[in-house]
Ligand binder design. Structure first.
Ligand SMILES: [Zn+2]
Length: 276
């Protein structure tokens, strides 16, 4: 699933291409991907794109007339601006300059939701989201961890606690921080939690610079693959030597997800929760 770096890359690509454009036409080939009836969704036509932003893994396209289009790519969604229609295109937006934006989705788990901008913050897709990894304070992060006995991996995947992380970047961040994915969150020391937050930010930053990871079929806003997959240290590296110590990387199901880690660099220590 596209995670924060991939969604951020798509938003950064599309922003200069779409901002200021007026939607002149709409073709809906698969209505079930829309959260509204096509007739209602049609009111997007004629509105101008004021800008784009990201919240967690959501793409937000801000329009004139108090409208925002929320796009969730889920597992295999692609939002591509260009000349050539990608395979599995289900929705096509046409613009006043003749260009087109395609929403394609092989597995069809994604969705498009047209909502009033004035009610965006309280909309269910956004209201429940936790803070962004780049915005959360150290204290806030520590406090989220200290309140939960859940496995740290499960906690990091929970969009309601911290938004934007998925399977790839939780595995990579936990490896960088040297923390076992099954450690109960409240057993991390303050020092470990700080190291983890720093690792999360660092890996996300590097992945954004590399235009995301193309596993499955992710492409950026212009239909190009990202390159961070070649720099994954543990994700899908099971059996290969750990880049730090040479121990083979292990894959285990944690929190219902295939989880990759180094058993030597990420030992399962279980100290008592610190009292300070
Ligand atoms: Zn190692």
């Amino acid at each position: 699933m596209p995670e924060l770096p991939e969604v951020e890359t798509v938003v950064r690509d599309l922003k200069p291409r779409l901002t200021g454009r007026r939607i002149s036409g709409l073709k809906v080939l698969l209505p079930k991907l829309l959260r509204q009836k096509p007739a209602e969704f049609n009111r997007i036509i004629g509105h101008k794109i004021l800008g784009l932003s990201r919240r967690g893994k959501l793409i937000l396209i801000h329009l004139s007339g108090d409208l925002t289009l929320i796009v969730h790519l889920k597992l295999t969604g692609r939002l591509v601006h260009g000349k050539n229609q990608p395979d599995h295109t289900h929705v096509i937006f046409e613009f006043d300059n003749g260009s087109r934006l395609f929403y394609a989705d092989l597995r069809q788990f994604g969705f498009l939701d047209l909502v009033p901008t004035s009610r965006l913050k309280t909309h269910q897709a956004l209201a429940s989201l936790g803070p962004e990894p780049f915005d959360i304070s150290e204290e806030e992060f520590l406090s989220i961890l200290s309140r939960s006995r859940r496995k740290i991996k499960a906690l990091l995947l929970d969009q309601n606690l911290i938004a934007g992380l998925g399977n790839i970047y939780t595995d990579e961040a936990l490896f960088r921080a040297g923390i076992h994915p099954e450690r109960p969150a409240n057993t991390l020391t303050a020092e470990e939690a700080r190291r983890l937050l720093e690792a999360i930010r660092q890996v996300l930053k590097e992945a954004i610079s590399a235009r995301g990871s193309s596993v499955r079929n992710y492409v950026d806003g212009q239909g190009r693959a990202g390159s961070f997959q070649s720099r994954h240290q543990v994700y899908h590296q099971q059996g290969k030597p750990c880049p730090r110590c040479g121990t083979p990387i292990v894959r285990k199901i944690v929190a219902g997800r295939g989880t990759h880690f180094c058993p030597y660099c990420q030992p399962f220590k279980h100290p008592l929760p610190s009292l300070d």
